[in-house]
Design a protein around this ligand. Structure first.
Ligand code: 5GP
Length: 207
């Protein structure tokens, strides 16, 4: 019997540079039943980023329009730019029983918990140390040094929200962390309340 499962919202947060994006990509590649929520943002695309895939890049006027149309589940300002999660595609996936992965900050995670409560499984990714975080931000080479300094300052703020999350991964080794993330997703799917039709399945078995 193919039991229907209500889609879950997996939220991944971390200070930037902790390896969250790599972990998210690995999970999406290896798990056909989970897909990434593509956010809209007013920030400039980085080299190599694809519009509509990494983000949907919009100007401030378009972002404001989406907010006023109530088209975003959550939105927040991060590093002076606006980021938000579009409602339409996310709801479509969830109602068809598919899981969605959100790479969003603590402000977005708080808003998602308010909207979707028990369907939200949140995971915080910590870097192995502050020095390592700084190294990763610098070696990424995508942002200038002023931006790196700003992000280091913001890291402490983001990390201060770690205890609001259900699970915490310390990203010492990317393979190990990817396996841990996969375990969290798989265990969450087996949660009694997330397996719709389970009571009926068991009733049929024992009757
Ligand atoms: P970046 O500019 O490095 O891609 O992302 C900066 C921060 O914004 C990251 O912490 C990322 O998780 C967060 N972020 C990306 N999309 C969203 C979104 O739709 N909503 C919220 N609240 N944060 C987001």
């Amino acid at each position: 019997m193919d039991m229907m499962r209500r889609g879950s919202l997996f939220v991944l947060s971390s200070p930037s540079g902790a390896g969250k994006t790599t972990l998210a990509r690995r999970l999406i590649e290896e798990d056909a039943n989970i897909s990434m929520s593509v956010s809209v943002t007013t920030r400039e695309a980085r080299p190599g980023e694809i519009d509509g895939e990494d983000y949907t890049f919009v100007d401030q006027a378009r972002f404001d329009e989406l907010v006023s149309q109530d088209a975003l589940i959550e939105w927040a300002q991060v590093f002076g730019n606006c980021y938000g999660t579009p409602k339409a595609t996310v709801f479509e996936k969830l109602t068809s029983g598919r899981d969605v992965l959100f790479d969003i900050d603590w402000q977005g995670a708080q808003q998602l918990r308010q909207h979707a409560g028990q369907d939200v499984i949140s995971i915080f990714v910590l870097p192995p140390s502050r020095d390592e975080l700084e190294n990763r931000l610098m070696s990424r080479g995508q942002d200038d040094s002023e931006v790196v300094a700003k992000r280091m300052a913001a890291a402490s703020n983001e990390i201060s929200h770690w205890a609001e999350y259900d699970y915490v991964i310390v990203n010492r080794d990317v393979d190990e962390s990817a396996a841990q993330l996969k375990s969290i997703v798989e265990a969450s799917r087996l949660h009694r309340e997330r397996q719709l039709g389970l009571a009926e399945f068991v009733r049929e078995m024992v009757d």
